[in-house]
Design a protein around this ligand. Structure first.
Ligand code: UDP
Length: 235
């Protein structure tokens, strides 16, 4: 394994793990786990940030929980549930995995410790960052940018359900074409809705390239971790 290569950080939305019935699709969990492990076996050091949109997003449950901060804590707890599901799938596929959160949650997640995270990554352990930033009003995209910068990742892979950034909505506009590469300023100015501005800003300031790719396709994560990755690069 080349521990010299910079780690890569993959952001998966909670939505990506969702089945047609229920919050998880076991096949998706299995596919994600196997493809991540192929990346690790090929020498990549792989960290993950997972969202919680398949369970709770703070902003979506205002009718139930009027206190936004409480709704956001529920959202952050959702990301930990997803982290445990992914850990289970990775271990079932024969890999090693640790879940890390801003604060220790006994039996669920270790408290973030940069040195420990880097040692795990060096040893081929997949590290999943659950629990978001630990603060309400942020997103897991911002968490992904923050953790990518903290672990000196040069690339943030943003798994999406479209294969990159388009000039227009490809579902509505037949003339929409995929953009292979754009600058941070173009991405922010174009308001493509791929990531929030805080996430873009942090990546721009820390020199973390963003690659948006379609993670719903078989083999997409393996390809994204490989030498000729698909999608749109921002950076
Ligand atoms: N969240 C938060 N702070 C964070 C990260 C997430 O409060 O640092 C909450 C917020 O309510 C968010 C939910 O957790 O809606 C799930 O995260 P996100 O919406 O980013 O998940 P995704 O859409 O990627 O599945």
């Amino acid at each position: 394994m080349s521990s010299a290569a910079a780690p890569v950080l993959l952001k998966l939305s909670g939505e990506a793990l969702k089945g047609s019935e229920g919050i998880f699709d076991p096949q998706v969990l299995g596919r994600v786990a196997h493809e991540l492990l192929e990346g690790v076996r090929a020498g990549r050091r792989v960290a993950l940030v997972v969202g919680g949109g398949n369970i709770v997003r703070g902003r979506d449950i205002a009718a139930v929980v009027a206190t936004r901060t409480r709704g956001d804590y529920m959202g952050m707890l959702s990301t930990l549930i997803n982290a445990l599901a992914l850990r289970e799938a990775i271990e079932a596929a024969g890999g090693a995995c640790e879940v890390v959160a801003p604060y220790a949650v006994p039996n669920v997640a270790a408290a973030y410790d940069r040195g420990q995270v880097l040692r795990w990554l060096d040893a081929g352990v997949i590290v999943i960052f659950g629990g978001g930033t630990g603060h309400p009003f942020f997103t897991t995209d911002t968490t992904a940018a923050l953790r990518a910068a903290e672990i000196d990742a040069t690339e943030l892979l943003k798994g999406s359900n479209v294969d990159g950034i388009y000039t227009a909505d490809p579902g509505r506009d037949p003339n929409a074409r995929r953009i292979a590469h754009m600058s941070f300023d173009e991405a922010v100015a174009g308001a493509y809705g791929v990531m929030d501005q805080a996430a873009f800003g942090l990546c721009r300031d820390r020199g973390v390239r963003i690659r948006v790719f379609d993670m719903t396709r078989q083999g997409a994560i393996r390809a994204a971790l490989g030498d000729d990755p698909p999608g749109t690069t921002v950076g």
